[in-house]
Design a protein around this ligand. Sequence first.
Ligand code: HEM
Length: 408
Amino acid sequence: MTRSVEAELPVWPPVNAARGPFALLAEDEQERYAAPVTRVRLPTGATAWLVSRHADVRRLLRHPAFSSDLTRPGFPLLRPLPPQTAEDGKGSFIRMDGAEHSRLRRMLTAEFMIKNVRRIEPLITQTVDRCLDDLAAVGPPADLVSTFALPLPSMVICHLLGVPYADHDFFQAHSRTLLSRNEPMERVQAAVRELQSYLRQLAQERLAHPDAAADDLLSRLVRERVEPGELELDELVGMALLLLIAGHETTANMLGLSVLLLTRRPDQFALLRDEPERVADLVEELLRYLSIVRTGLARVATEDVEIGGQLIRAGEGVIVLIALANRDTEVFDDAEGFDPYRQAHQHLAFGFGVHQCIGQPLARAELRLALVGLARRFPDLRVTAEPEQLPIRDNAVVFGLDVLPVSW
Ligand code: HEM
């Protein structure tokens, strides 16, 4: 493709804060990205394919010829990759393929299985209650993000990992920097290094002072994997960093957006209190409709593959738009509408295939317990700003709200 033709390509992701928190694309953008497979230009100047149909997304995410390794040539980065050292990316299995990926992922699968998450539900409920107490003590009015939506998943993942929550200002600020697409590369790299050295210190303390009774994930992985020589300390650090970031930024944003959506529909907010047995389905529809990983999942083809009638050549980048797949009318009737009674289980908000979110049972439990807890304790909760006035975190890997002013 010549340079001038490339310059004409639509840019992904589109920058348009005016679309508000619920529309995935503004009206004038919809046509630009309407084709099942669209060629786009990325902020780095590179080009990539956007794939947006539910069936194509599933096929692609299951296909072994698409790599998650962001150091491969052609990988569709949304910001330039800082120069990588041998240590970078160690343990971060979200960016690995094949046996390398499954070796590390397998060490965590049991941890996040539904039956094990069920065991920690009392801890989640306790944490929900504690955050609700804090909300009551602060307001009304209050900011729901900083007093509830962010602390809750953050406290839970800290507890599971064995990271002191007292350090939350440090790691929350650094995770934000890491996930932002606007931060200069040097700041992103510095944030990664600081988080790594923080977690390395925690892991080293466990190595130096083993406590056979300690039941947090860091202690267990040190005892069961690092000490026998199955896992390097730096790999453990990378895994812990991935869990720490993925474990709170995602659920926090889902909670903020869910509250904004549900409080605008008082009958649906009341459902949480009056019919808590419906909450599991409601959470699936929230995941589908809000689809917080809106910029998509990035992959690079390692072989020529045809997807949605388009030949994607080896070395070409692909952005998999799970958010648009979640509004595919072939799969979801009235896909643009929010319907708490819909069976939305086919949504792809947690991805699909080998990298499908390992934390989904935990995220689901947190969302269910948090939303029901909130509706019971604050039945008159309301958001005191119009959705269009709220600052949207549109420049981040995970979409969400920075603040959500509420009253009751
Ligand atoms: C992977 C979404 C919560 C840990 C993913 C992926 C998505 C996703 C779309 C796939 C990435 C890809 O294919 O490239 C979400 C959403 C969440 C959530 C929407 C909340 C509502 C969590 C939580 C944790 C977590 C609570 C940790 C406890 C991970 C990890 C991976 C992952 C470790 C990488 C899995 C792999 O590569 O094998 N998540 N996530 N996530 N998520 Fe989540």
